[in-house]
Write a protein that binds this ligand. Structure first.
Ligand SMILES: [Zn+2]
Length: 144
């Protein structure tokens, strides 16, 4: 994997996540970019409760197949159905190629389950890109 590019794309996702505040509350402010051939093809961040999470927002703005897309997400995609469908299941169902996550979600409803949904579906997953930068921003908004 190309670590330099991974970091650049994750820092863009982090910048997007800051736009989610304050409307996303009580959900955590998350950012997502979709990348194809080393180019960002779509972006998203957490919308108001009941509306799209970052991943769903980015997907909704992209028309093509996700087969050759890498998604950079600042937080582990959700594995549980809350007000909106599970992002991990959505990404798995759309057969995305690879997902890069900055940090796991400490929320006990998720906490590794979102990653398992992705890996069980045969998706390549990398965890920890820009972990410290993302963690410094998002941690105050996460459940314990
Ligand atoms: Zn979600």
């Amino acid at each position: 994997m190309d670590l330099l590019n991974d970091e650049q794309f994750m820092l863009r996702a982090l910048a997007l996540s800051k736009l989610a505040l304050p409307n996303c509350r009580p959900n955590p402010p998350v950012g997502c970019v979709l990348v194809k051939d080393n180019t960002i093809v779509s972006e998203g961040y957490t919308q108001a409760p009941g509306l799209h999470h970052a991943e769903a927002q980015a997907i909704s703005h992209y028309d093509g197949s996700l087969n050759d897309i890498t998604a950079y997400v600042t937080l582990e995609p959700c594995s549980f159905v809350g007000r909106t469908p599970s992002c991990a299941h959505t990404l798995a169902g759309l057969n995305i190629k690879r997902v890069v996550v900055a940090m796991l979600d400490p929320d006990p409803r998720n906490s590794g389950k979102g990653i398992k949904v992705l890996t069980d579906a045969g998706i390549d997953v990398d965890i920890g890109v820009c972990h410290d930068e993302v963690g410094t921003f998002i941690s105050p908004y996460l459940l314990p």
